[in-house]
Write a protein that binds this ligand. Sequence first.
Ligand code: KG4
Ligand code: ZN
Length: 353
Amino acid sequence: MIKYYEKSKAKCQELKHKDSILILGIESSCDETSVAIVKNGREILTNIIASQIDIHKKFGGVVPEVASRNHILAIDKVFKKVLETAGKNINEIDAVAITYGAGLMGALLVGVNFAKALAYSLDIPCIAVSHVEGHISANYLTHKNLRPPFICLMVSGGHTAILKVNNYISHTLLGSTVDDAAGEAFDKVARVLGLSYPGGVQIDNLAKFGKPNIKFTKHNALKDSLNFSFSGIKTAVINYVNSKKMKNEDFVKEDICASFQKIIVDDISNKAVKACKLQNLNKLVVAGGVGANSYLKENLTKLCKDNNIELYFPDLKLCTDNAAMIASSGYFNLMAGKNIADLSLTAKPTVSL
Ligand code: KG4
Ligand code: ZN
């Protein structure tokens, strides 16, 4: 009997010669249960996202155990709905792509086990996808002609980094955060201001009505590198709010949001442009949830225009977690014969960038 893994490798070779490849992507790394079908890595047939945000809102953030349980309740329904919406029979799917990490262990395991069982029962390959690479691929779905190499500004709730994307399946890390991720800092500051989870979008909205007139002390030690630190600014905001509260003084949330957001966004924008210059690449691609930030878009658009850099953002709905980006990354891995999973595939809470 030929082992499943050997058969998968052989099938991936055969698929390389097929004109139309349908990949079913699955994403369950945090608080979104998502399943999608993508054709040839670029065309979304269906992308359904069952969000748990309303469930976690009352806790002020994602509760890992609650997230796992809700993935279990949702995954089969979302999977069936995706096939129905795409008008596809399960036997038309060529491969399954699954986020194996980074993320919450229990949440990831729900998707990984579902994907393995599905792929094994259908006798089709299962491709293990890194969540970070998935976020980059959201841009291949949005911009049909986008091709590597380029510089990627990865700004999500779990990662903040500048990458040189060499080709569809490999990248080089140029810089990253030494403490919090940008999205994490947004969410923590939002919590201090009493804004509901997830806080990034709330800060974005309030900042539009405020002035960036508060001088929060900025961490300067990393200013000449491509690395980031956001925990200092986060603490400065927390101290500012607490001292105002203790003195019974009023504070303007809108101004705090505008000031905090400007410091973070200016820093990540400047370093992303600097990376393009250092690497002599005039293409900048933004990836991850903070890519939905309106001031980031406005600021980078101006900076890139001034510096002759082509700028790419994913569609707003593809900035945050979704399975279409995982299916797209799965396609490029499959074409390269990379990350074809064995049945021993398991979830990984951290994945090196
Ligand atoms: O990429 P993502 O969905 O999750 C991870 O892979 O970590 O990103 C979620 C993060 C959250 O921290 C959320 O607050 C942030 O993206 N976010 C925003 C905005 N929309 C989402 N941050 C700033 N401005 C936004 N408009
Ligand atoms: Zn994500």
